[in-house]
Structure formats: structure tokens, C-alpha cells
Design a protein around this ligand. Structure first.
Ligand code: HEM
Length: 172
């Protein structure tokens, strides 16, 4: 059994997520929240380009399932909003661990589907990293400031990624 709150704190220290980083994440939070919907729509467009990813959000005939897509978009937007508060509390760690377990345990509730292949989770985080830097450049109008904001977000995105992959390493 992994002690998620401790693990998340450890990774935060390891990636060097400082109070300055947390300050930058929070101060750029309004920008990220403003783009959250658009970014998440882009993520789902990407997901549907890959049948092994798109099938989690598809109907039996292979077309996108609008309700499932919308519900999951809302969940991803909430995750991004959560990150924008740069949380360090135990609930944040448990939340990420629960999402990880949900991705792994898909076959329990939806027989016929495998666990979410984690390369798509990694790829999604990379997608957000790339887009956030572009957005900060545009919105902050200063490359050095955008690079600093992006570096801080990269750290919390990596903390999140570690926990999002965590359930794949253990059996619960
Ligand atoms: C940064 C990456 C990702 C994050 C932060 C994320 C986050 C979440 C969250 C917050 C939930 C909902 C938890 C709840 O209902 O309480 C969820 C569920 C789910 N996610 Fe992800 N997700 C990510 C990537 C992916 C990818 C790439 C796929 C598939 C290719 C995927 C497939 C699913 C599925 C199938 C569910 C369960 C939905 C259901 O059937 O009820 N996720 N995810």
C-alpha cells in the first residue's frame, strides 16, 4: 500500500516545487482556468485521433458518446482547476490516487475495455505542458515570465502524473 499524501509530498520536494512555484501557479491560475475548457476540448480531439484511446469514450458503433465525453471533459477541467490552486493537502493526493485507480479499474465497470493505457495519460500531460507554455507566452507577453510560469506548472503536472500512474504499479 502506498501512503499517497507522503508520496506526493516527497515528489514535490524531489521536483523542487517551492513556495515561489506555488505562488506562480496560483497567480497564473486565472489564465489557466480561462483556457481550461478549450484545452480540454483539444485533448479530446487528440484522444479521438487514436482508436485505442477514443474507444473509452465511444458508443458501440464507434462514434463518440457525447454524454461520456462531456462528463469526462468536466472532470478534466476540475482537475486543472484543482491544480491551479497548487494544493499540498492530503485530499489532493488522495484525489489523484483515486483517479489513477479509476483509470486502472475500468474493466471492472466496463467489461471489454482494458485499463486506460497509461501512455495516453503521459501524452495528455505532455500536451498540457506544451499548450500552457504557448498560452503563457501569449497572455503574459514576456517570454522570461512565461518560461518561469511554465516551469512551475511543469513541476505540479509531474507531481500529478506520478500519482496518476501510481495505481498501475500496485494491486489494490
Ligand atoms: C492528464 C490526464 C488525465 C486526467 C487528469 C484524467 C482525469 C480523470 C478524472 C478526474 C476522471 C473522473 C473521476 C471521477 O469521475 O471522479 C477520469 C475518469 C476517466 N478517465 Fe481520465 N484523465 C486523464 C487521462 C485520460 C485518458 C488519456 C483516458 C483515455 C484514453 C482517460 C479515460 C478515462 C475514463 C475511461 C474514465 C472513467 C469514465 C467512466 O467511464 O466513468 N483519462 N479521468
Amino acid at each position: 500500500m502506498i501512503d499517497w499524501p507522503n508520496r506526493v509530498r516527497e515528489v514535490m520536494r524531489y521536483v523542487g516545487l517551492t513556495e515561489d512555484d506555488r505562488g506562480r501557479i496560483k497567480s497564473t491560475g486565472p489564465i489557466v482556468r480561462r483556457y481550461a475548457d478549450r484545452l480540454t476540448t483539444e485533448v479530446y480531439d487528440l484522444i479521438f485521433e487514436f482508436p485505442e484511446a477514443g474507444k473509452f469514450f465511444s458508443l458501440d458503433d464507434g462514434s463518440p458518446d457525447p454524454k461520456r465525453v462531456q462528463d469526462n471533459k468536466d472532470s478534466m477541467v476540475q482537475w486543472l482547476q484543482y491544480l491551479s490552486q497548487a494544493p499540498t493537502n492530503d485530499a489532493f493526493a488522495r484525489y489523484l490516487a483515486a483517479v489513477s485507480a479509476m483509470h486502472r479499474d475500468i474493466p471492472i465497470h466496463r467489461p471489454g475495455l482494458p485499463p486506460v493505457p497509461y501512455q495516453f495519460v503521459i501524452g495528455t500531460i505532455s500536451f498540457y505542458q506544451t499548450r500552457l507554455l504557448e498560452i503563457f507566452r501569449e497572455e503574459l507577453g514576456d517570454d522570461a515570465q512565461a518560461a518561469r510560469a511554465s516551469a512551475s506548472w511543469n513541476k505540479i503536472l509531474m507531481v500529478s502524473l506520478d500519482a496518476l500512474l501510481g495505481a498501475y504499479m500496485v494491486t489494490s
